[in-house]
Design a protein around this ligand. Structure first.
Ligand SMILES: Cc1ncc(COP(=O)(O)O)c(C=O)c1O
Length: 387
């Protein structure tokens, strides 16, 4: 089954769709039953049976079937946010006394969640590569968590090597695949046990929803769907489910367009004298480029670069001069966005993460590359040696 079919038609030729070109949004908070016995039977399996919105919903269920198929997993569970999916997934895999290995840089709030788990006796260690994992692993380690490409620097990890290292030691692997989307990378086919996403980025694609998903084998998804999903209450609304389904309809077309524009902008920046390193794994100069090409079929358009500047004011001035890139958090939408950790991340945290003052993050949207390049060129005129 190809990805375009999955994003479009999969699950939509069912009788309940009545031939509608878009799925109905089931807005009801509960479902009723003809007899008490039927309710009793349904409530025993609120992941499969429609009982109450906090369990599951037919609109969200359709999205789940599409996302499971896209990631080549048996099952997927959608949540009210990416963090909802990440926190429920990690919680389902650890108990008091357990240890988590984190490989490479990951999304800040995921690290914050791991710190939060310390009060329940779950510890974690950050490792930069598999050699460091070898030193950091303990008898209590249960889980290896990572992103590839990694957060902010877009470092590429050899996914088959990581998963075979972890499997050989009895660890479950969880990978955040938000950056690539399943269109460009399918971690489950490379040995990862569970894939998580923020649907709020490229998959939604229109900056109009917040959602998350975890996909993988039923034996891992079912327990968390019946426990953490139900108890934490980060349920996805059917309205957001319907918006994510609309996002999926154009995802196979949007991702190559993001790729093309992102690479053109990255190549321009790399050639600019006021710019240092450009962290985009799609550039041949990126240290992970050839590895990325082996395990990914394309590149999204979120990347970072270093301005030739040590001054927060100068970084702020650069952001303020941009006209087409809007200043804001999040990424992966139709609109181009710019953000700079020096202006948003606490100074001590930024220094610990080794992020220089001049680091700027771009999410390249669907505007013409020439427009965005012109915008950046003008804003760079006030920076560093060219100032
Ligand atoms: C890589 C990554 N994973 C997960 C998340 C969390 O997703 P959400 O904002 O939908 O909770 C984000 C959000 O920015 C992210 O960048």
């Amino acid at each position: 089954m190809d990805d375009e079919w999955i994003c479009g038609r999969l699950g939509e030729d069912e009788p309940w769709m009545l031939g509608a070109v878009n799925p109905p949004v089931f807005e009801n908070s509960l479902f009723t039953f003809a007899t008490a016995g039927e309710l009793g039977a349904a409530i025993k399996d609120e992941d499969e049976r429609y009982v109450y919105w906090r369990g599951t919903n037919p609109t969200v269920d359709l999205l789940q079937r599409k996302l499971a198929a896209l990631e080549r997993g048996e099952r997927a569970k959608c949540f009210g946010s990416g963090m909802g999916a990440i926190s429920a997934t990690i919680s389902s895999l650890v108990s008091a006394g357990d240890h988590v290995l984190v490989l490479g840089a990951i999304y800040g709030p995921t690290t914050q969640f791991l710190r939060y788990l310390e009060k329940f006796g779950v510890t974690h260690t950050h490792a930069g590569d598999l050699d460091e994992c070898d030193s950091a692993i303990r008898s209590s380690t249960r889980l290896l968590y990572f992103e590839s490409p990694s957060y902010m620097r877009y470092e590429v990890f050899d996914i088959p090597a990581v998963t075979s290292w972890a499997a050989g030691r009895g660890l479950v692997t969880v990978m955040d695949n938000t950056w690539s989307t399943p269109i460009f990378q399918k971690p489950l086919t490379l040995g990862v046990d569970l894939v998580v996403h923020s649907l709020s980025k490229y998959i939604g694609g229109h900056s109009d929803l917040v959602g998350g998903v975890v996909a993988g084998a039923s034996r891992l998804i079912r327990p968390l769907a019946l426990t953490e999903y139900q108890l934490y209450g980060a349920a996805m609304s059917p309205h957001d489910g319907a918006k994510a389904i609309k996002g999926l309809r154009t995802l196979p077309v949007r991702m190559p367009a993001h790729q093309e524009r992102g690479l053109a902008v990255a190549a321009f920046l790399e050639s600019h004298p006021a710019v240092g390193v450009v962290n985009h794994p799609g550039l041949p100069s990126h240290p992970g480029h050839s590895l990325a090409k082996q395990q990914m079929s394309g590149f999204s358009s979120l990347f970072s670069f270093e301005l030739d500047s040590e001054s927060r004011e100068e970084v702020a001035g650069f952001l303020n001069r941009l006209r087409h890139f809007r200043i804001g958090v999040s990424w992966g939408g139709f609109e181009s966005l710019v953000n700079a950790p020096a202006l948003t991340v606490e100074e001590s945290v930024r220094a610990t993460m080794g992020i220089p003052v001049g680091l700027v993050r771009l999410s390249v949207g669907l505007e013409a590359a020439e427009t965005l390049i012109k915008d950046l060129g003008l804003a760079l005129e006030g920076v560093g040696r060219l100032a």
